[in-house]
Design a protein around this ligand. Structure first.
Ligand code: PMP
Length: 422
């Protein structure tokens, strides 16, 4: 127990050891107060894409901070936000034409839900049901918790959470079951939107489903006039192999939520992109149809400048090659654990790799998570398993040697903790 007044997120202070103090970040590593380099194998909660303190992003932040701080974003605008919106529309394929800024993944999703309901409300055919996937995670606000999987994360808040329709997860062999369930739900004509993480469900256990299923979900939604909201807060900016995961499905969502890697992870910023009909439904001489949402830090100019630098890095540096190389190294490393009885399942989507450790107790609250974390921490690795699910999602600049070292530690951890030794 420490006597710091800081209350950390997702931390049981009665059980957690004192926090490790980080004094510097560098590439794929955090440097602690003892000068030890810790491999950031989860990109500091999935935000850092190109590596910590990418020089172009830091330079953009320095320069923007000479001219701007926060600027009110109603009545007034500024160049970084204008340029970024154009840039985002250029790189997000499909009919996305409008960009609404906020400051976190949760707010990006809250905005998306409000846009969807606003669209139906303002066009005079109100719909309010929201459909989601089982095991989903969309944030920790009341709205996003309502849409996420119910469980230990939100038991205390349950009385305030609103009801949503949940589709069974489209796991292997279960895809049609999910699609049929969605089709019959939509037949009610009441479903405003399907909100899904695209291709990988993150906090729900790094669960992967096929791009073809996402494409089918979109087709069904379209047939019933239901909107598709793609939550790409985690999957965006290359994690699954393409800039946005939905590109692999050959479809476009009606609303896209992005944050985390939007600034390369350096500063908080989020954007919710929408199609023209959704924007137009809020366009009226009747002020009641205004989109009533704002965060104080909407479109922070310095964060927008960081995001512009990120867009530029995607244009000028071989980001796609780095992503492909990382994905390939993950694949090679995962191969060593194929048919290994110490693991129940191993899977990958682009740069994200996940391994379910074969342990008797599962679930987020089981001891295995904290025990694994301590095991990896002792080996200078930042890896935070979700219960028994060990995953690696490092920045794209990680070296092969560092990545291989993480897998060596996973191998050791499996020998120490898993059932079914080979
Ligand atoms: N959606 C998804 C898919 C996420 O993974 C997260 C965060 N892990 C969020 C939303 C919420 O983002 P934030 O923590 O920035 O509010």
């Amino acid at each position: 127990m420490s006597n710091s007044p800081v209350w950390h997120p997702f931390t049981q202070h009665a059980l957690e050891p004192a926090m490790k103090r980080i004094v510097r970040t560098e590439g794929a590593c955090l440097v602690d107060e003892d000068g030890a380099r810790i491999l950031d194998a989860i990109s500091s909660w999935w935000v850092i894409t190109h590596g910590h303190r990418h020089p172009a992003i830091m330079e953009a932040i320095r320069r923007a901070s000479e001219t701007y701080d926060q600027i009110i974003f109603a009545e007034y605008t500024h160049e970084p936000a204008e340029e970024l919106a154009k840039g985002l529309i250029e790189v997000a394929p499909g009919g996305l034409e409008h960009v609404f800024y906020s400051d976190s993944g949760s707010t990006a999703v809250e905005v998306a839900l409000k846009m969807a309901l606003g669209y139906f409300h303002n066009t005079g055919r109100p719909r309010s049901r929201i459909c989601v996937l089982e095991h989903g995670y969309h944030g920790d606000t009341i709205g996003t918790m309502s849409a996420g999987e119910r469980g230990v994360f939100n038991t205390a808040y349950e009385p305030l959470l609103f009801a949503v329709d949940r589709l069974p997860f489209p796991g292997p062999g279960r895809e049609q079951h999910t699609l049929d369930a969605f089709d019959s739900l939509c037949a009610s004509g009441e479903v405003a939107a399907l909100l899904v993480e695209a291709l990988v469900l993150g906090a729900g256990g790094m669960k992967v489903y096929p791009a073809a299923t996402l494409a089918e979900l979109k087709r069904i939604a379209e047939r019933h006039g239901t909107l598709l909201i793609a939550d790409e807060v985690m999957t965006g900016w290359g994690r699954t192999g393409t800039r946005f995961a939905y590109e692999q499905a050959g479809i476009a969502p009606d609303i896209l939520c992005t944050s985390k890697g939007l600034t390369g992870g350096a500063l908080p910023l989020a954007a919710t992109l929408s199609t023209a009909p959704i924007f137009d439904a809020h366009l009226s001489r009747d002020r009641r149809r205004t989109f009533f949402h704002s965060s104080s830090y909407t479109a922070n100019p310095i964060a927008c400048a960081a995001a512009l630098a990120n867009l530029d890095i995607w244009k000028t540096e071989p980001v796609a090659d780095r992503i492909a190389a990382l994905a390939s190294r993950q694949r090679q490393n995962l191969k060593r654990f194929e048919a290994d009885p110490r693991f129940r399942d191993i899977r990958q989507s682009g740069t994200i790799a996940a391994l379910d450790l074969n342990v008797p107790t599962q679930g987020y609250l089981s001891d295995i998570g904290p025990r694994l974390r301590a095991f990896f921490r002792n080996r200078k690795l930042l890896i935070r398993p979700l219960g028994n699910v060990i995953y690696l999602m490092p920045p794209y600049c990680v070296t092969e040697a560092d990545l291989d070292r993480a897998y060596d530690a996973i191998d050791e951890a499996a020998s120490a903790f898993a059932m079914g030794q080979p």
